[in-house]
Write a protein that binds this ligand. Structure first.
Ligand SMILES: [Zn+2]
Length: 238
């Protein structure tokens, strides 16, 4: 089998009509879900997909919000105990989950639901049979990462930006990748905060080193001529 990307959810920080928020399923040696925004879990369940591992780029809700219902599903639903995927979190992530527990969960919910792991910047880890490298990127004042996901057997590489301000690190992330899935939230860089957090399509294209798929893009915004934009349900070979 080739390495395949399925866009589960492609919306920006607010949902495009009928669309889930960030969720990208990479299938090769195993099933790896990159980010888990609202709407993603329902889509996965609809298709009977049970990822082996989940990796989260950062703690904005549109990238991680469905972890909460997922923890309830795995820990307390009629399906409880059937699966316990690895959950790869940014540094300090297990502590961050405790914040969620205090508002929306119960003690030990996360450990019951997932195999909890924390990744470290630029220190590759193995998840669902892929080798994954987390590259730290600027995103307002939040700790955020992009991922380079490599199938060690086939040598195919998918790079995923998560959310990022313009930075040279994006080109490092994308270098030599067979496919670069990159956010392009903005129509214009001047509409971002004073501290930048997102990219225009042009900034995303400038970082690419080959094939690119724009995502996290408001449906109202056009895309540059000939540049593909992700939509929920899109399947592409990496
Ligand atoms: Zn974000």
């Amino acid at each position: 089998m080739e390495v395949r990307l399925t866009v589960i959810g492609s919306s920006p920080a607010w949902p495009n009509p009928g669309s889930a928020q960030s969720g990208y399923l990479v299938e090769g040696p195993g099933k790896l879900l990159l980010d888990c925004g609202p709407g993603v879990l329902a889509r996965l369940r609809e298709d009977g997909v049970r990822p082996d591992a989940i990796a989260i780029t950062h703690w904005h809700l549109d990238h991680c919000g469905d972890l909460i219902p997922w923890a309830w599903l795995n820990a307390y639903s009629p399906e409880a105990g059937q699966t316990r995927p690895e959950l790869w979190l940014p540094p300090g992530g297990e502590q961050e989950l405790e914040t969620f527990t205090s508002f929306w969960g119960v003690p030990r919910m996360w450990e019951r639901a997932f195999e909890l792991r924390e990744y470290a910047p630029s220190k590759p880890f193995e998840a669902a049979g892929f080798t994954v490298e987390a590259v730290q990127l600027p995103h307002y004042a939040m700790q955020a990462f992009g991922f380079r996901v490599r199938d060690p057997e086939r040598g195919r590489v998918l790079a995923y930006s998560g959310d990022s301000a313009p930075t040279d690190e994006l080109a490092t992330l994308a270098r030599g990748a067979d496919l670069f899935v990159c956010e392009a939230t903005l129509a214009d860089g001047t509409t971002d905060g004073e501290l930048r957090g997102h990219l225009t399509a042009e900034e995303a294209l400038a970082a690419a080193d080959g094939r690119i798929l724009l995502t996290h893009r408001p449906v109202e915004l056009p895309s540059p001529d000939g540049v593909p934009v992700a939509h929920d349900g899109l399947v592409v070979e990496v």
